[in-house]
Design a protein around this ligand. Structure first.
Ligand code: CP
Length: 335
């Protein structure tokens, strides 16, 4: 099947077979069994509204290894600030509208990658991914989501590739996505995307989180229907220690509360009750020879102990490496 010319905004837009093909191709790139220069003579624009270590570096290197040329823009720092609201009266601090920015960049580049986190102010509006989807609407070239308010599809794809490597397969394996304490409310893109792709591959998924940190209904509806369609299972647990018992994968991540969205001080007060939601060696010892996963960056001895992150359980560096390979697979397949 051909993926040429499609946007890559969420794994929900791709079938399980298409995602499997992408992971197979990523594995071929990783093993050295496949090499190609399909981006020779092409440029890809990478537009960052927010900081990054892994995404920025691995995208630039992926494009270079495919023979192409990355052009990275830091919005508002070296390139103009960008307005995305339709019909905005641009008399404040924004210099350029997304309509012109996307149209112009797509005249230069074969594809556009965009990272745009939520401002954590308006849940309903931000979960529509207005910036990344605005680029997709106005660009004539394919758009790649480098993490939006709602989704981080490259991370999800690298995550399932890592699970497949570690466990030898996907369907039916018991994985836990555990909320973790962090001093600040963080976006929900990584848990949304991990739970979604785990469901798309029929994993036996437990989402462990305090009641205030349930993922949004629209995300859960998408996750549950993907799980049903693919023979998986989704459960919610309020006890992360109990949930991790017997698990093959423990994926820790902190995220913000939908209930307190836009009310930062109340959110931070709420999360103080859950300071003990941290993955340590005792938790990992109860798993079924389980692997610890995290998308990184991670706060040591807050989200996870040094002993786990530096120990035999950790797959976090492999996960980060696999970002490079899956991005090469997606870029080569789409461009
Ligand atoms: N996991 C991830 O996307 O890392 P960066 O924020 O460093 O890109």
């Amino acid at each position: 099947m051909s993926l040429i010319g499609r946007d890559f905004l969420s794994t929900a837009d791709f079938t399980r077979d298409e995602l499997t093909e992408l992971i197979d191709l990523a594995a071929d790139f990783k093993s050295g069994g496949h090499d190609e220069r399909s981006l020779l003579g092409k440029s890809v624009a990478l537009v960052f509204f927010n900081p990054s270590l892994r995404t920025r570096t691995s995208m630039e290197i992926a494009i270079y290894q495919l023979g192409g040329h990355p052009v990275t823009l830091d919005v508002g720092k070296g390139s103009w600030s960008i307005e995305h609201r339709e019909s905005a009266v641009m008399d404040a601090d924004k210099t350029e509208h997304i309509k012109e920015a996307a149209r112009v960049l797509s005249r230069y580049a074969a594809g556009i990658g965009v990272r745009a986190f939520p401002e954590m102010l308006n849940y309903a509006a931000e979960m529509t991914d207005p910036v990344v989807r605005g680029f997709a609407r106005y660009s004539d070239a394919p758009v790649f989501n480098l993490e939006s308010a709602r989704h981080h599809p490259f991370q999800g794809l690298a995550d399932v590739m890592t699970i497949r490597e570690k466990l030898g397969g996907l369907s039916g394996n018991r994985v836990v996505l555990s909320w973790a304490y962090h001093p600040k409310p963080l976006p929900m893109a990584v848990p949304n995307s991990f739970a979604l792709i785990a469901a798309q591959f029929g994993l036996d998924l437990t989402i462990a989180c305090p009641p205030e940190y349930d993922l949004g209904e629209e995300a859960m509806d998408e996750i549950k229907s993907a799980s049903e369609a693919n023979g998986g299972r989704v459960r919610i647990s309020r006890d992360f220690r109990e949930a991790c018992g017997g698990a093959r994968i423990v994926y820790a991540k902190s995220w913000g509360s939908k209930l307190f969205y836009g009310r930062g001080a109340e959110e931070i007060a709420c999360r103080q009750k859950y300071r003990d939601w941290r993955i340590d060696e005792d938790v990992m010892a109860t798993t079924d020879e389980g692997w610890f996963m995290h998308c990184l960056p991670v706060r040591r001895n807050v989200v996870v102990t040094d002993g786990v992150l530096d120990g035999r359980w950790s797959a976090a560096i492999d996960q980060a490496e696999n970002r490079l390979h899956v991005q090469k697979a997606v870029l080569a397949s789409i461009l």
